[in-house]
Write a protein that binds this ligand. Structure first.
Ligand code: AMP
Length: 601
């Protein structure tokens, strides 16, 4: 089968055509019901589970996929007995037949598939895609409405101000059979569900959010947010990395933004006309007083509390700081002078999982309440393989959620590991523990152990021709300076025993470059000039450093000598200190890696 992403071309929005407009209107009417729904959904979790599964099976029993196991029945016991647990590679051929081969949706879905969501997760080095239709947009809409209502319940008067939200889209693609493929956020923001939202609480006009050039959009989001600084009650982004990226961007562009405010004229390089016009409207005219005020704050030596200084009425920051993005909590606390950081919800390209019903809890205590149909694979140490229903999960246990949705996935292993932390009424709440297999991630990119080993193999070829051997390595994600970047610690040795170690700058810089070139498309995309990921760095450490690292783990953490393996990634600051004190040279990649031809977006 041809690779699904090989021939994607720029495309259109996933949903938003006439056939969906009635559903959208119904959904908008339902939004005001959200908080009541939350109580109902969680009080009757078991009944809701049964009802949702029944609905899914009735809708999908005759798809080619489910028919293989259920022979047309929509019996839920038969479903649980006969339908296997699957991973992406099992469902990929079915997805590809629709996206790539133009076969009808009923290969996997009872209702028409209207497009595909592009996940940051990969399979065989390629990004995964998942089928979707209007039902998914309804789910997203419902969760977004619910989380706004939950926040309004906990924080006074949020409706009276605006959110400066760093929302972005990527140009959508078209599958070889002409179906839209996009990131979930792009799909949603380009849909009528977003366009027709009942209230508009953002400082940026939609033309900015929908601007296809993210640099232009970022500039305009900041400009609009600064002009309306006294109305801003919250800052928001999907994940914390984007918000930190926005502040870094501001560090580089505040002078230009202030000069735009002073002159009342948007910089010429903002070339998207609709974006430009809408921002000019907000800018109104020259405002030198405001420009001076912002300049004064930005000119101060420290940017501690810059968020509350520039946007003095901000009450909270809405952005996900659980999972990988927990690494950004200290920097956001620094910039915001410890405003509440609210992780509102947990979702993926496969489904929406749940919401945080206790938004003001500490970031490390965040749990998500699940409401839709899910099963769970027990992932406790030494006790794997047991599957339980949502209402039967046990407090403290670890699970991998199994997704069954309305649009083509059935008992699908999605790869996140969660821990049960409690219950809201009878619905369980989960703490996000980790994504399986991820070693490094700074933004939406996922770099697995396999990716790192592959990258090192490329670099080792260069080392070999320079008569060098890699004796030991480990890595970590350095976010202490922005843009954040990947750091690899290498202990090198000359191939000829008697030779002394000579470090050729060109060879080591090339090693940085070839490693970056072999990382996934999202990494390379994010590494582009002024992107949120900085140049990969190799820090060469002195001879014997990896022995010291082993001794450190053995003495301080009781690691077994016979079973000791150098961790592929270092998380402890003490272990990092062992490496840092032995660094003898540093090398950085000197160019952005090419995007390659397999995927343009
Ligand atoms: P994608 O498939 O690209 O939409 O990415 C979805 C993944 O992002 C999930 O499987 C999680 O690993 C991660 N994710 C999404 N929401 C959260 C959250 N609230 N906390 C931690 N990780 C999250």
């Amino acid at each position: 089968m041809k690779d699904i992403l090989a021939d994607l071309t720029p495309g259109e929005a996933l949903v938003g055509k006439d056939e969906d407009s009635r559903q959208i209107e119904d959904e908008l009417l339902n939004i005001s019901m959200s908080l009541k729904d939350l109580e109902e959904l969680t009080l009757n979790a078991e009944q809701i589970q049964d009802d949702v599964l029944k609905e899914i099976l009735t809708l999908n029993a005759n798809t080619e996929y489910l028919h293989r196991f259920l022979h047309g029945s929509s019996d839920k016991e038969l479903f649980k007995k006969n339908v296997p647990v699957v991973s992406y590679d099992d469902v990929k051929p079915y997805i590809e037949r629709i996206a790539n081969g133009g076969e009808p949706s009923d290969v996997i879905s009872g209702k028409p598939i209207t497009g595909f969501f592009l996940s940051s997760g990969t399979s065989g080095g390629k990004q995964k895609i998942f089928p979707v239709n209007y039902k998914f947009f309804e789910e997203i809409n419902f969760i977004f409405a619910l989380r706004s209502q939950i926040i309004s319940k906990h924080i006074k008067d949020v409706e009276e101000g605006k959110a400066m939200a760093f929302l972005f889209v990527r140009p959508p693609l078209t599958s070889p059979f002409g179906m839209p493929v996009s990131y979930a956020t792009t799909g949603f923001f380009m849909s009528d569900y977003f366009k027709n939202r009942p209230t508009n609480c953002y400082t940026s006009p939609d033309e900015v959010t929908l601007c296809l050039d993210n640099k232009h959009a970022m500039y305009c989001h900041l400009l609009c947010g600064l002009v309306q600084r006294n109305e801003v009650v919250s800052l928001a982004s999907a994940f914390a990395s984007s918000l930190v990226g926005a502040i870094t961007f501001l560090e580089n562009y505040w002078k230009e933004i202030c000069s735009n405010i002073r002159s009342g004229h948007v910089s010429e390089w903002i070339s998207d006309l609709s974006c430009r016009d809408s921002v000019s409207n907000i800018l109104g005219g020259p405002n030198s007083e405001l420009a001076e005020l912002i300049e004064e704050e930005c000119n101060k030596k420290s940017w501690k509390g810059i968020i509350t200084r520039l946007w003095p009425k901000t009450k909270f920051i809405q952005t996900i700081v659980t999972g990988q993005d927990a690494q950004y909590i200290p920097i956001l606390e620094f910039y915001s002078d410890k405003l509440p950081l609210i992780s509102p919800s947990y979702g993926s390209s496969e489904t929406m999982f749940g919401v945080n019903v206790n938004p003001l809890c500490k970031p490390e205590d965040v749990s998500y309440t699940f409401m839709s149909y899910f099963e769970f694979l027990l992932a406790d140490e030494g006790n794997k393989g047991e599957i339980v229903d949502l209402v039967n999960v046990k407090f403290g246990s670890y699970y991998e959620p199994l997704v069954t949705n309305y649009f083509g996935l059935h008992i699908y292993r999605m790869g996140d590991i969660l821990q049960v932390t409690g219950f809201h009424n009878s619905a369980p709440q989960f703490r996000f523990v980790r994504k399986k297999g991820v070693v490094l991630s700074l933004n939406i990119e996922i770099t697995t152990e396999e990716d790192i080993l592959k990258a090192l193999n490329h670099a080792k070829l260069l080392l070999k021709s320079s008569l060098l051997i890699l004796k030991g390595f480990t890595c970590y994600a350095d976010i202490s300076i922005l843009p954040a970047h990947y750091v690899f610690y290498w202990e090198l040795k000359a191939t000829n025993i008697n030779d002394t170690l000579r470090l050729d700058n060109k060879v080591l810089v090339d090693c940085c470059c070839v490693m970056e070139e072999s990382f996934c498309v999202p990494y390379r995309e994010l590494r582009k000039k002024s992107g949120p990921i900085g140049a990969l760095e190799i820090r060469v450490v002195a001879h014997g450093t990896f022995d010291s690292l082993m001794n450190f783990f053995i003495s301080s953490q009781g690691a077994s000598v016979s079973q000791y393996k150098t961790p592929i990634c270092i998380h402890s600051s003490e272990a990092l200190a062992v490496l840092e004190k032995s660094v003898i040279a540093r090398f950085f990649s000197d160019k952005s890696p090419p995007l390659g031809s397999e995927l343009q977006y």
